[in-house]
Ligand binder design. Structure first.
Ligand code: GLN
Length: 304
């Protein structure tokens, strides 16, 4: 497995130089586009990594997986009265469908959907962002995971589009709490800094029927795990979810920090990170690394 990861890292490096680092959150524009990390965490508890796998980066929309998981744990199926379950076919920050669909976002992995999910958590926890940080620490076994205050401040300052989505949903009665509080909490969760190694370990419960190896607990049920993986497959890479499903075929979630986490159910989690993004906001080199990884899985169906 270590030799797969090393060879995938070397081959994916050829994609460095394509794409552009996110600049609509100015703090993210400072990222080095030459970074590339890959980490694989198997259900047996082995971690394999290459390149910048230990470097913390802004997880951004990957936080939406943890937000959704916490909201399903606290609100169950009632959550789906507030947010839909279908791909949007639109950019992650689009407002186009929200007006026509009366403030109910298509799914929990576009921004509007994650803002609604955050609103549910604001109603259930005193400090949902601190709770999420604590969950990320426990699931990854890394107590030094932090919310990056500079990224949070930068996103807050440039919040117009997310604020527009939140106010529209508030006008339709789909947000219970104050817009500013919900947005701050959502940005704070997106501003968590984690490495590829942290994320591959933290999200391994999705490959292990909901069992979190680092804490020894069943974090969610097998059925809920299957459902979260399904939404990742259909909506995890926004309007490019279909392309990614064809090329890689694994449930995955991306973020504009350049990270993507993919799940091989029953076997392992993989996280790849490289900051330069394509037009859909998905990392060019990380997508390629995961495509190469899927090809290795095809070639070695029994390993790991
Ligand atoms: N925090 C980012 C935003 O709301 C997340 C977007 C993303 O990673 N696709 O714009």
């Amino acid at each position: 497995m270590q030799s797969w990861v090393d060879s995938i890292h070397a081959r994916a490096r050829t994609r460095l130089g394509s794409g552009r680092v996110a600049s609509y959150i100015p703090a993210l524009a400072q990222q080095d586009p030459e970074r590339l990390g890959i980490a694989v965490y198997t259900n047996a508890g082995e971690l394999y990594s290459a390149g910048d796998a230990g470097v913390p980066f802004s997880i951004q929309s990957i936080a939406k997986v943890l937000l959704l998981t916490l909201a399903l744990r606290t609100h169950g199926e009632a959550l789906w009265q507030r947010v839909g379950l279908n791909p949007s076919g639109m950019p992650f920050n689009s407002l186009a469908q929200l007006e026509a669909e009366r403030g109910k976002p298509r799914n929990p992995f576009i921004n509007a959907g994650a803002i609604v999910v955050t609103d549910r958590l604001v109603g259930s926890f005193a400090t949902p962002d601190k709770h999420l940080q604590d969950v990320a620490r426990r699931l990854s076994g890394n107590v030094s995971i932090l919310i990056d205050a500079e990224v949070l401040a930068s996103e807050w300052q440039h919040r117009s589009r997310n604020a527009a989505a939140a106010y529209l949903m508030k006008a339709f009665g789909n947000l219970d709490n104050e817009v500013d509080e919900v947005l701050r909490t959502y940005f704070s969760c997106c501003a968590l800094s984690m490495s590829c190694s942290d994320l591959s370990v933290a999200l391994n419960f999705l490959a292990a029927d909901g069992h979190a190896r680092a804490t020894g607990e069943r974090f969610v049920s097998p059925g809920m795990t299957r459902r979260i993986n399904s939404i990742m497959s259909t909506c995890g890479l926004y309007d490019a979810a279909g392309d990614f499903a064809y090329r890689v075929g694994l449930p995955a979630k991306s973020g504009v920090g350049g990270g993507i986490v993919a799940v091989v159910p029953g076997r392992m989690t993989v996280c790849a990170w490289s900051p330069a993004l394509d037009e859909s906001g998905n990392s060019v080199a990380a997508q390629y690394a995961l495509e190469l990884f899927a090809e290795e899985l095809d070639a070695h169906p029994q390993e790991a």
